[in-house]
Design a protein around this ligand. Structure first.
Ligand code: ADP
Length: 469
């Protein structure tokens, strides 16, 4: 143990006494090379990769279960992929992916980070395959993805599949994951500003200390923190729901800011425009209809554009309609049973079940199917006209905008090191995933989130692991 770590332990013991049942107790201390905060997709990718680079790793997770928002993901992974796309006649490259990602975020992302993201996408896909995941032979254009490079998994387990393989990988490397353990602060050396560990609280409220040579923050975003999100975008107050798990409260941003970390893009907050209504994620197989029975948007548009469009509709809601032919995102029959979506054998029956005007909905669907057959959407300019929606049974879900992803967060460099407010690296501190900013700009492309947590989780894990040696 270095002198510095001994000094830090001594300082920490003095700083963090807790009174338990009237007795002065010191926090329990554990040591590792790398401490990862958060057992979602970014954290597990970082932990496994750090271990593969020779580090002893501990993961802290504040919830009673692992997975974070990653486990709730639609789970399609974007990558240029000649093996699949050539067969489908789709031209693509990491450069095109990069240009589209920058443009979709209104060029507010850091191009250097986007380059790392897109150039390492295929490698990330192969990494999951090496861990035992399988992807479909064909790519499609996922909801909000803007280009046909989205890879669904087989079987389609969405985010659960990623967490399952990553958890198995962590287990096989004997990486301990401490559940119900919430990071409350970073331990930093006053002399050179190095981060040496994490202060935490366990389920019983006991203070814990995890000392390490490097720390990776992978605590996800702040969509579930109403106060924090409405501070940055007042539209997203308590009246707007969220698709996120309750632990998405921005903790990592807060504890890093306490030691001088910089943030970027905090007011770029994304909604799923039709949350609760998505029976399929395939843009080419869905049509949006408002409660008057009218179509009102290009269903393949950017998520922010669609959110604005839905907010302009009566009741700020819309029906998402698909049919038997589309690839289903979820177990639709279970959703029908739970009363979350509607199923019908004809458009007339569907209209009645959705309390829509039968003649209006019939006309809207006929018009949409004609445009698909013509391969030209004269009404809203939709480019992805994959299939008519004409094969019963039909499915419809009533969707509304809910806060989904916070694009802003900790400012990092291409090595996933956290930068301070003066633009300098905070030694020993890394961050990856939704807790970071600068990767998506104003608007995240659908399918780039799983990519972000994979690529930067692995960059952070590798560098944190190597630095700890
Ligand atoms: P990402 O997609 O960036 O990996 P996720 O939401 O999937 O983000 O995962 C983040 C994880 O971090 C969640 O499981 C969340 O419960 C956990 N987390 C958030 N704050 C803390 C904290 N203070 N201490 C420990 N874990 C945390």
């Amino acid at each position: 143990m270095t002198k510095r770590i001994i000094a830090v332990i001594a300082a920490a013991i003095m700083l963090l006494p807790v009174v338990s049942a009237g007795v002065l107790a010191t926090p329990r201390i554990e040591m590792a090379d790398v401490v990862v905060i958060g057992a979602g997709g970014a954290g597990l990718n970082a932990a496994v990769t750090a271990a593969d680079n020779g580090a002893k790793v501990i993961v802290l997770e504040k919830m009673p279960v692992i997975g974070g928002n990653t486990i709730l993901l639609g789970g399609f992974y974007n990558s240029a992929d000649p093996e699949r796309q050539d067969k489908q006649g789709i031209k693509d490259s990491p450069e095109l992916h990069m240009q589209q990602t920058l443009a979709a975020g209104d060029n507010r992302a850091n191009p250097a980070l986007v380059k790392v993201l897109c150039e390492n996408a295929l490698d990330g896909l192969h990494w999951y395959e090496s861990l035992g995941m399988k992807f479909a032979d064909q790519v499609f254009q996922g909801y909000g993805a803007l280009y046909p490079r989205s890879h669904p998994t087989v079987p389609n387990e969405q985010g659960r599949g990623y967490i399952r393989v990553l958890n198995n990988a962590a287990k096989s490397r004997n990486i301990p994951i401490y559940l119900n353990t919430r990071a409350t602060g970073l331990i930093r050396d006053g002399k050179d500003g190095r981060v040496y560990g994490v202060a935490a609280v366990d389920k019983s409220g006991n203070e814990r200390m995890f000392l390490s040579k490097t720390v990776v923050i992978a605590t996800g975003g702040f969509s579930a923190n109403v106060e924090m999100r409405s501070k940055y975008d007042p539209r997203f107050d308590a009246s707007v729901g969220t698709t996120n798990h309750p632990g998405a409260t921005g903790d990592g941003i807060i504890i890093a800011q306490e030691i001088g970390a910089d943030v970027v893009g905090m007011d770029y907050i994304q909604c799923i425009a039709v949350a609760g209504g998505l029976t399929t994620l395939d843009v080419g197989a869905m049509v949006y209809v408002n409660t008057n029975g009218d179509r009102f948007a290009d269903e393949g548009a950017r998520r922010d554009v669609l959110t604005e469009a839905v907010l302009r509709q009566p009741g700020k809601k819309c029906w998402v309609i698909t049919d038997e032919m589309s690839q289903k995102a979820y177990d639709v029959d279970a959703m029908v049973k739970r009363g979350e979506i509607v199923k019908a054998d004809s458009i007339e029956e569907l209209a009645k079940k959705c309390s829509l005007d039968v003649a209006k909905l019939t006309a809207t669907m006929d018009r949409y199917n004609k445009l698909v057959e013509k391969k030209e959407d004269e009404d809203f300019g939709k480019k992805v006209l994959g299939q008519t929606i004409s094969h019963p049974p039909f499915y419809a879900g009533l969707g509304e905008p809910r806060v989904h992803h916070t694009m802003g967060g900790l400012r990092i460099n291409t090595d996933a090191q956290v930068l301070d407010i003066h633009g300098k690296v905070i030694p020993g501190l890394y961050a990856a995933g939704e807790v970071t900013g600068g990767i998506h700009g104003t608007n995240r492309i659908g399918g780039n989130a799983i990519l972000d947590i994979t690529v930067f989780g692995r960059v952070a894990g590798k560098n944190a692991g190597l630095e700890s040696k």
